[in-house]
Design a binder for this molecule. Structure first.
Ligand SMILES: Nc1ncnc2c1ncn2[C@@H]1O[C@H](COP(=O)(O)OP(=O)(O)OP(=O)(O)O)[C@@H](O)[C@H]1O
Ligand SMILES: [Mg+2]
Length: 392
C-alpha cells in the first residue's frame, strides 16, 4: 500500500447539507450557531453516522420570545419536506393532567373515548409528511419547563431509546425523528446583560449590537446566562440526553431590518399566490419601511411584534384596497409614509404584464403555478418561456 498523506477537509459539507444551509440562511436572520447545529446533525444523518436507537438529533433552544426558535424548525421542514406543517408541535403547558396526556398517546383500551382518540404522537402522525426521498419527522416540544412529570417521563424515553408506548401498547419509533425543545428560561437574565438600566433605555452594549458590532465577550455572557438558567431548572439526567443546547440571542435593530425584508417578500409572495384578485405589486419607500420598523420594534417581543406591525399597517389596508376594488390585477401600488401615523397608498401604474411585476418585485415565476419565490424559494424555479401568465 502506498501512503498518500493527502490532507482531507472535515469541515466541508455535502451538497444536500449545503442546500439546507442556504435555505435556512434565506429564512432565518442571525442565530448562526443554531443553524450550524442543525447542519451538523443533518450531515451526520446523511452520512449514516447518527447514533443507532436514538432520535437523529435532539436540540434544546433557549432564548427570548420572537427570536426565531420555532421559525427555524419550520424552515428546516420547509426545506427538507416542502411543508412547515410537517412540524408536530406539542405545547407542554397544555399537557398537565393525565387526561391531557391521553391526547398525545391515546387512552388504554376499554377507557372512555379509546376509539375516538387519534394520538398526536402516533407513528402515522409523526410520519405524515414523509416524502419519497426524505423520511424525517420533526417534533417540537414548546415551553418544556412547563411539562408535567408524566410528560417528562415520556420525553426522556423518546430521547433515550427513540420509542414511545401509546395507550394501546403500540410502539412509536422516533429513530427517524428530530426532537426540538424550546424554553424562554434565561431570557430575562439575557435582557439585563444587554440593557442593564432596568430595561427601558437601550444600554451601550445594545446600541453597539444594533449597529452590528459583535462583542464576543458579551455574546459569551448571554450564552452562559441561558445555559446556567437551564442547568438550574433541568435535571442532569435530562441535560445529558440532549445533543446540544443552543442559546438564541435577542435580535438587534439591524437584524429586525433584515427580517422586515423577509416579511415584506412573504407578503408579496402571498399576493401572487393567493388572492382571488390576481397579482399586483407593491413597493415600499424607505420612509415607509422605517415607519414599520419603528412600529414593530419592541425588544420584549422580538420579531413577533414586527410581524404584527406589518399585518396591521400593510396587510390589513391592502386587503381593504383589494376588497373594495381599488387595487386590481396588474397594478403597481406605492406605499409611502408622510408622518401621520399611518402608511399611504398610491396607484402608480396599471395593466402591467406579470413578467414586469415579477421583475419589479424580485420574484421568480414557476412554470407549474405561476407562483413565485421571492428570495425564499424552497424549490429551484425557472424563468421565462414556460411561465404562466397569471390568473387574470
Ligand atoms: N431570527 C429570525 N429570522 C427570521 N424571522 C424571524 C426570526 N425570529 C423571529 N422571526 C419572525 O418572527 C416570528 C416569531 O418567531 P418565532 O415563532 O420563531 O419565535 P420563538 O423564538 O419561537 O418565540 P417563543 O419563545 O415565543 O415561542 C416568526 O414567524 C418569524 O416571522
Ligand atoms: Mg416558539
Amino acid at each position: 500500500m502506498k501512503r498518500l498523506n493527502q490532507q482531507l477537509n472535515p469541515t466541508k459539507t455535502g451538497c444536500e447539507a449545503e442546500k439546507l444551509e442556504g435555505d435556512l440562511k434565506q429564512r432565518i436572520v442571525g442565530q448562526d450557531e443554531a443553524v450550524q447545529q442543525i447542519i451538523n446533525i443533518y450531515q451526520t444523518y446523511l452520512a449514516g453516522m447518527s447514533s443507532p436507537g436514538r432520535p437523529i438529533g435532539s436540540l434544546l433552544f433557549l432564548g427570548p420570545t420572537g427570536s426565531g426558535k420555532t421559525r427555524l424548525v419550520e424552515a428546516m421542514a420547509e426545506s427538507l419536506v416542502g411543508d412547515a406543517r410537517a412540524v408536530v408541535k406539542i405545547d407542554c403547558a397544555e399537557f398537565q393532567h393525565s387526561h391531557e396526556i391521553a391526547k398525545l398517546i391515546g387512552s388504554p383500551p376499554g377507557y372512555l373515548g379509546h376509539r375516538e382518540t387519534h394520538p398526536l404522537l402516533s407513528q402515522e402522525a409523526i410520519n405524515q409528511f414523509h416524502t419519497e426521498k426524505v423520511k424525517l419527522s420533526f417534533v417540537l416540544f414548546d415551553e418544556i419547563e412547563k411539562a408535567s412529570d408524566a410528560l417528562w417521563n415520556l420525553l426522556l424515553g423518546i430521547l433515550d431509546k427513540a420509542t414511545l408506548t401509546l395507550g394501546d401498547n403500540r410502539r412509536v419509533d422516533f429513530s427517524q425523528a428530530l426532537i426540538f425543545m424550546t424554553s424562554n428560561l434565561g431570557a430575562s437574565e439575557m435582557n439585563s446583560i444587554l440593557r442593564p438600566n432596568l430595561g427601558f433605555a437601550a444600554g451601550d452594549a445594545e446600541n453597539r449590537r444594533a449597529e452590528g458590532i459583535v462583542d464576543e465577550a458579551l455574546e459569551g455572557k448571554v450564552n452562559r446566562a441561558g445555559i446556567e438558567a437551564a442547568r438550574r431548572k433541568f435535571t442532569p439526567e435530562f441535560m445529558n440526553r440532549i445533543d446540544k443546547t443552543v442559546v438564541f440571542h435577542p435580535l438587534g435593530a439591524k437584524e429586525l431590518r433584515q427580517i422586515l425584508g423577509i416579511e415584506l417578500r412573504l407578503v408579496q409572495q402571498r399576493i401572487f399566490a393567493n388572492t382571488g384578485t390576481a397579482p399586483f405589486v407593491f413597493q415600499m419607500s424607505d420612509r415607509a419601511g422605517d415607519f414599520l420598523l419603528r412600529e414593530g420594534t419592541d425588544m420584549k417581543y422580538g420579531a413577533r411584534h414586527l410581524k404584527r406591525a406589518v399585518d396591521r399597517n400593510l396587510v390589513h389596508p391592502l386587503s381593504n384596497l383589494i376588497a373594495t376594488g381599488q387595487v386590481k390585477a396588474g397594478d403597481l401600488v406605492r406605499v409611502d409614509y408622510g408622518g401621520n401615523g399611518a402608511l399611504s397608498f398610491f396607484k402608480d401604474a396599471e395593466n402591467m404584464a406579470i413578467e414586469e411585476m415579477a421583475r419589479i418585485s424580485g420574484v421568480t415565476l414557476t412554470p407549474q403555478t405561476g407562483v413565485l419565490a421571492a428570495g425564499t424559494a424552497a424549490e429551484p424555479v425557472k424563468h421565462g418561456a414556460g411561465a404562466r401568465t397569471g390568473k387574470q
